[in-house]
Design a protein around this ligand. Structure first.
Ligand SMILES: Cc1cc2nc3c(=O)[nH]c(=O)nc-3n(C[C@H](O)[C@H](O)[C@H](O)COP(=O)(O)OP(=O)(O)OC[C@H]3O[C@@H](n4cnc5c(N)ncnc54)[C@H](O)[C@@H]3O)c2cc1C
Ligand SMILES: NC(=O)c1ccc[n+]([C@@H]2O[C@H](COP(=O)([O-])OP(=O)(O)OC[C@H]3O[C@@H](n4cnc5c(N)ncnc54)[C@H](OP(=O)(O)O)[C@@H]3O)[C@@H](O)[C@H]2O)c1
Length: 288
């Protein structure tokens, strides 16, 4: 029989569990995880009650880093992440790369339902409706995980209220890397809530243009090359962009962003910002 200690003898130290796991600062609980390829996954987590953000913005998220070998102290290891869910969603969604030796994602890729992540509730970013002047046609240009902010904006009612047509181009190396975006857009057709709130068949405003560069698919090539040759405009049945009618958001690797920026400037579009709305906005999908 185990010895029962009288309650009166218990001290605060005795009362605490032997090794209580310290709660993470700004902790949120993971509610769902989906893996798409060996390099890509998405997850959902609880949303801080006080967090307000505009669809398209990003926040800093992460995990506690390894203990310092000298002090044993752990510091939060944070990275910028676009919020992939829309501003009205009661949870938050993120779409992530898995970098094999990446300080954060080598660990984050193993996150499971019920575990915690750190989320700093300070949303920022330029890929927001407020940074664009009114227009007729809205272009979303993405490579790789640069699709994430558009996953948010594609579920935002304002996108369909403000524009007659929404064109989303997504260029990836391989076919499997298009799955998250493809499934999300297909899901809009069946989304009863959005069809009711925005209007039945709102998704018919979307023209989806996925392309791959290193694996066979129905449309191959970099979107920049396909636009330069005119093939993309022909396929889409859309004229070239013009500052009178077209607005654009760009999110991809640095070279892609710069190349596309140059193309849009050649079409006469000017870059906007939160403080000065114009014709297009850009954000990096990752540093370097
Ligand atoms: C504004 C902003 C928003 C971002 N949003 C997202 C997002 O929604 N989803 C996401 O997965 N990442 C996003 N990132 C990148 C993210 O901040 C991290 O770099 C990424 O999670 C990898 O972290 P890490 O610590 O494992 O490796 P890091 O040390 O941060 O990166 C290691 C290397 O991996 C490559 N890399 C990093 N991120 C990516 C990526 N997303 N796609 C392809 N290669 C990459 C780069 O070559 C980088 O040098 C964003 C970055 C910025 C600046
Ligand atoms: N995706 C993979 O399977 C894979 C595997 C192992 C390692 N990695 C590493 O992960 C990092 C990121 O890879 P990623 O595939 O996510 O992103 P990425 O290299 O940015 O490529 C994403 C897509 O963007 C295209 N692209 C790149 N530069 C462009 C430009 N200037 N204009 C137009 N399109 C452009 C790429 O086409 P191109 O194919 O023509 O470049 C590709 O289809 C890289 O450092 C890579 O070495 C990737």
């Amino acid at each position: 029989m185990t010895e029962q200690r009288p309650v009166t003898q218990a001290t605060p130290t005795d009362a605490a569990p032997a090794k209580a796991k310290p709660a993470l600062p700004d902790a949120q609980t993971v509610t769902e995880v989906k893996h798409y390829t060996d390099r890509l996954f998405s997850f959902r987590c609880t949303r801080p009650q006080t967090l307000r953000f505009r669809s398209g913005e990003f926040v800093m998220i992460g995990l506690m880093g390894d203990p310092d070998p000298k002090t044993g102290r752990q510091k939060p290891l944070l990275r910028a992440y676009s919020i992939a869910s829309p501003s009205w969603d009661e949870e938050l969604e993120f779409y992530s790369i898995k970098v094999p030796d990446g300080p954060l994602t080598s660990k984050l890729q193993h996150i499971a339902v019920g575990e915690e992540i750190i989320l700093r509730p300070k949303p920022v970013g330029t890929l927001v409706h407020d940074a664009l002047l009114p227009g007729k046609r809205l272009w979303f240009f993405a490579t790789g995980t640069g699709f994430a902010p558009f996953a948010s904006l594609l579920r935002e009612p304002q996108t369909y209220e403000d524009y007659d047509e929404i064109i989303i181009t997504h260029t990836c190396r391989e076919v499997g890397e298009l799955t998250y975006g493809h499934d999300l857009i297909e899901g809009l057709k069946q989304d009863e809530l959005l069809n009711e709130v925005i209007g039945e068949g709102f998704w018919k405003k979307i023209k989806y243009y996925p392309t791959t560069t290193r694996e066979e698919s129905p449309k191959m090539g970099r979107i920049t090359d396909l636009m330069r040759s005119g093939e993309a405009f022909e396929d889409l049945g859309t004229p070239k962009l013009s500052p009178e009618t077209d607005r654009a958001m760009i999110c991809g690797n640095l070279a892609f962003n710069l190349e596309l920026k140059d193309m849009l400037e050649e079409f006469g579009l000017e870059e906007g910002a939160n403080s000065k709305p114009m014709h297009y906005v850009v954000e990096k999908a990752f540093l370097d």
